[in-house]
Design a protein around this ligand. Structure first.
Ligand code: AQP
Length: 334
């Protein structure tokens, strides 16, 4: 029985931002101390929405550079590109035959991502959670760090594991992965609209802080970040209905490793201009060094490619074993 294995990933879709960092990558860095970690660049997930091929290649290098710049250690962890391990696609197909259409129809993220034009969305976008289940179960990951938006997909992964084990009478073949809910998992919202999450694909650069932003860009973006005309309150409940204010104060609280209450205490009764200067300072301190390291790592793409190749080799060993067992269980490829 595997005890402590994590699988997580980030789509190489460019513009890595503060949300990806505080909501995911920073937590990966902490998790590597306690778990055996598989961190993947989820390029097969990325292509559920059209990606320019050359841009995708660049984004893979950029995202891997960001992993390294943030402190993920390639000697301790397996960092790899999803498409370099064919087992992901194969197990996803097998799970397509296990999962039920009704299960997928309940996935709210598809509804959000496909928007009003569902008929025009790719089939891949619809079956994305099946590939995610394959990603996790291929390595028999025991734990998956998830934010709110991914909880439903992890439930689906568990349902697939249960049905597979039952249908094929192989009790416990797939262990049920547990969510790792990082305390106060950061959900960082757009700087322009506190109801929308900060996102790589937002057309406006002013909606997000990129990990490669310069000091000046951070200052400008925070200056222009939407707030309201009221003063900063002293109580958390007074932030209700003030999404932009809550978001900015929340970001500062995370950066200072404080509760929202404590952050409010420092600023209650003040307006946002002084607050924004301090927030910019904290962001610059945290983000600018990462951006510099990303640029350094990107200067040597061959080093990054080597790390990904080594990672894929290790990942393929585990993947091939799982697939061999699955073939046996299903009566495939004698
Ligand atoms: N705004 C966010 N706040 C907190 N966490 C976030 N994540 C993404 N946005 C935020 C977390 O980052 C990890 C990697 O995300 P992803 O690239 O796999 O996909 P995503 O969630 O679709 O990210 P984006 O930035 O919103 O990209 P696009 O615009 O391409 O869809 C995940 O753990 C995610 O929760």
């Amino acid at each position: 029985m595997i005890k402590n294995r994590i699988l997580s990933g980030v789509q190489p879709t460019g513009n890595l931002h503060l949300g990806n960092y505080l909501g995911a990558i920073k937590n990966f860095v902490a998790l590597q101390q306690k778990f055996e970690c598989y961190f993947m660049l989820a390029d097969l997930h990325a292509i559920t929405i059209f990606q320019d091929p050359q841009q995708l290649k660049n984004n893979v290098i950029e995202t891997a550079a960001a992993f390294l710049a943030c402190g993920i250690d390639p000697k301790k962890n397996i960092i790899f590109c999803q498409s370099a391990v064919p087992g992901h696609s194969e197990l996803a197909w097998i799970f397509n035959c296990v999962a039920r259409i009704g299960w997928l129809n309940r996935m709210t993220q598809f509804k959000e991502k496909a928007g009003s034009n569902k008929e025009k969305a790719s089939v891949g976008l619809y079956s994305y959670p099946i590939l995610m289940a394959a990603d996790i179960l291929l390595y028999k990951a025991t734990h998956v760090p998830v934010g709110e938006d991914q909880k439903q997909h992890l439930e689906l992964c568990r349902d697939i594991a249960i049905k597979f084990n039952n249908d094929f009478n192989c009790k416990d073949f797939f262990q049920l992965p547990e969510p790792v809910i990082v305390k106060e998992v950061a959900r960082i919202m757009s700087l322009k609209d506190g109801k929308k999450k900060m996102s790589k694909s937002d057309d406006s650069e002013y909606s997000r802080i990129n990990l490669t932003d310069t000091e000046d860009q951070i200052i400008q973006k925070i200056k222009k970040a939407k707030t309201d005309n009221d003063l900063i309150p002293s109580k958390v409940e007074d932030l209700n209905g003030r999404d932009e204010a809550r978001n900015l104060i929340g970001i500062l609280a995370i950066l200072k490793n404080q509760t929202l209450e404590a952050a409010l205490k420092d600023f209650s009764g003040k307006n946002f201009s002084e607050f924004k200067n301090i927030l910019s300072d904290y962001l610059i301190k945290e983000i600018v060094p990462i951006g510099k390291k990303i640029k350094e790592f990107k200067k040597d793409p061959n080093n990054i490619k080597k790390i990904l190749k080594d990672g894929a080799e290790k990942a393929n060993i585990v993947s091939n074993q799982t697939l061999k067992d699955v073939h046996n269980i299903l009566g495939l490829a004698l």
